[in-house]
Ligand binder design. Structure first.
Ligand code: NAD
Length: 317
């Protein structure tokens, strides 16, 4: 499904006629994308702009450009832009071809891979969306050189999450990279995280089983984002990873020393590791979590760095 994942320099990508680029307006000043010679529709990359209004605006612009079923969309930007592009591509005239050029670490290791897209609705994140894999994903790690350290660390949280699921050596290498004040992210780590995610997606494209392992740290993380909006998603995931490891120790699944190691590693990278609110408030928020099915709640718990398991738990409201 995702054989067309390419790592290289973006300027080697020459879109053909009939292409429309949807790009993060961060790149507007660079003039770099216009060089391709195809129309560029700019989006403001923020959760507030990840809405149906933005989708309607892009739809109107595509109509003006007379985009039709033969048009190829290319989304260039972080996860907000790649999610919006995938969604527009899925619904405009019942579906256009599209490719993605993710430009944040989080989008390169996570958001642009796996075919999920969507926008927020009301208070709910990613409430409206579809599954529709990109025709290609083109990853140029040079983009990461301009990424603010906070954004880079958010991507690091998702990358480490992926490595906790499946690769202890890559985990260790990534921790060493991100401990630095100015991390230089090697392409092989970005590629390895992508491989692990896509292997899970290919086994379970619509997220009913093993793909849910990718939610490690996210049940707690989403609850933290609701209670403490000052945290970025990756930061909430980092705290969620620590809480999941703590829960795994309580359930006898994980050695306490391993949980301490995860907390200390995330701390050393500069990510937050302690929940900002009372456990009780988090628990209430978790009850609202859209992933709750019936009265059973599914957590992903790590067993050791390199392996995690799905864990179901009854909850009382
Ligand atoms: N579809 C999925 O499977 C999936 C998975 C994980 C996350 N997501 C979504 O991804 C989004 C978060 O992604 P994100 O963290 O990339 O956020 P983002 O798209 O908001 O980008 C973060 C910030 O970085 C800026 N930016 C982008 N590229 C840059 C660059 N190269 N240099 C400097 N600045 C740059 C953006 O303008 C923005 O201000 C969320 O909306 C989340 O729901 C989706």
């Amino acid at each position: 499904m995702h054989n067309n994942l390419t790592y290289g320099k973006i300027d080697d990508l020459f879109p053909k006629t009939g292409t429309v680029v949807i790009a993060d307006d961060y790149f507007r000043a660079s003039g770099r994308l216009e060089k391709w010679g195809c129309p560029v529709l700019w989006v403001h990359a923020s959760e507030e702009a990840k809405t149906l209004e933005t989708v309607a605006h892009l739809t109107a612009r595509l109509l003006e450009l007379q985009a039709d079923r033969d048009t190829m969309l290319i989304g260039v930007g972080g996860g907000v832009t790649t999610d919006i592009t995938g969604f527009v591509a899925a619904i405009y005239k019942r579906g256009l071809r599209f490719g993605l050029v993710p430009t944040t670490l989080l989008a390169q290791v996570d958001a642009a891979l796996g075919g999920k897209n969507g926008v927020n609705f009301d208070r709910y994140k990613n409430m409206l969306g579809t599954f529709r894999p990109a025709e290609f994903v083109y990853i140029d790690t040079d983009f990461l050189t301009t990424l603010p350290l906070r954004q880079l660390r958010c991507g690091a949280a998702e990358m480490l999450k992926t490595f906790i699921l499946a690769d202890s050596k890559a985990y260790e290498a990534a921790v060493n990279v991100f401990r630095s004040e100015k991390p230089q992210v090697p392409q092989w780590l970005v590629r390895r995280a992508g491989e692990i995610k896509l292997a899970l997606v290919e086994q379970d494209p619509e997220d009913h089983g093993v793909r849910q392992l990718l939610n490690l740290g996210h049940t707690f993380g989403h609850a933290i984002e609701k209670c403490a909006p000052q945290y970025e998603h990756g930061e909430a995931v980092a705290i969620g990873l620590v809480m999941a490891a703590r829960m795994a120790v309580e359930k006898g699944l994980m050695d306490p020393a391993e949980a301490t190691r995860i907390r200390e590693d995330l701390q050393a990278i500069g990510l937050p590791t302690e929940p900002p609110v009372l456990e009780k408030d988090l628990r209430n928020a978790i009850l609202q979590d859209k992933k709750r099915s019936g009265s059973r709640l599914r957590f992903v718990l790590p067993e050791h760095i390199g392996k995690a398991t799905l864990w179901e738990e009854s909850v009382t409201a």
